[in-house]
Design a binder for this molecule. Structure first.
Ligand code: SF4
Length: 221
């Protein structure tokens, strides 16, 4: 399939077929369909998708966007997971022009996340993410497979239908390493200047860009 309106419809149909399918089956389809032209983009809040994907293909490329503003605990977690899974990890860093836009400023996410990711995905056929419908209202309609027009790639979200409990149960069953900040109330973890822990009464993503109108960094818009 190529990137036109008809292929977009085809992926909508495929996504509907995957409703109710096991996440492993979605991953297996993506690996079979795209081979080495598939990248998993991971924020390393947890390693559920890494565990799922590497069980199907241990050599899949994993991309981590190192914005330069992550918590030290996130960087330690990346190293731990990389070692545990012997990941084929590609760490992407921003260009020097990001220096003029400090954390939280207007172009910070663009220069530290969206633009570097677009460069990293050049030549690929698909990218895979850990987006879930349960994450937020803005993500409530996340398809399992879609044509990502902005990037000119297929986007695969194998755990789109999972609840937060599904994630916790999978982590417990598979004895996965947990991000050290998760138990301290950081239920959604991004860059340190724009992330705070949340109370039990708050939405999980309430601690991201708290006090501003922003709810997404732009990677998934
Ligand atoms: S999440 Fe915050 S600190 Fe990170 S790149 Fe975006 S604005 Fe900058």
């Amino acid at each position: 399939m190529v990137g036109d309106e008809s292929s977009s419809t085809e992926y909508q149909r495929l996504s509907a077929q995957f409703e109710g399918a096991a996440a492993e089956d979605v991953v297996a389809w993506a690996v079979e369909r795209f081979g080495r032209r598939l990248s998993l983009v991971c924020s390393f809040q947890n390693c559920v998708l890494i565990d799922l994907v590497t069980r199907v293909d241990p050599k899949v490329e994993v991309i981590f966007l190192d914005t330069g503003a992550h918590f030290p605990e996130t960087m330690t977690y990346v190293e731990r997971v990389e070692t545990q899974y012997q990941l084929k990890l590609r760490v992407i860093t921003p260009d020097a022009d990001a220096d003029a836009w400090p954390c939280g400023s207007e172009r910070c996410c663009e220069l530290r996340k969206t633009a570097p990711l677009e460069r990293a995905l050049e030549g690929q056929g698909a990218w895979m993410t850990g987006l879930k419908r349960a994450d937020s209202e803005a993500r409530a309609a996340t398809p399992i497979v879609e044509w990502d027009d902005a990037k000119g790639l297929v986007k695969v979200n194998p755990i789109a239908t999972w609840s937060h409990d599904d994630v916790s149960h999978y982590e417990a069953d598979r004895k996965l390493p947990i991000h050290p900040l998760f138990r301290k109330g950081y239920l959604s973890i991004g860059c340190s200047p724009t992330t705070r822990p949340v109370s039990k009464l708050e939405d999980r993503r309430a601690g991201r860009w708290s006090g501003t109108d922003k709810t997404e960094c732009g990677l998934h818009l």
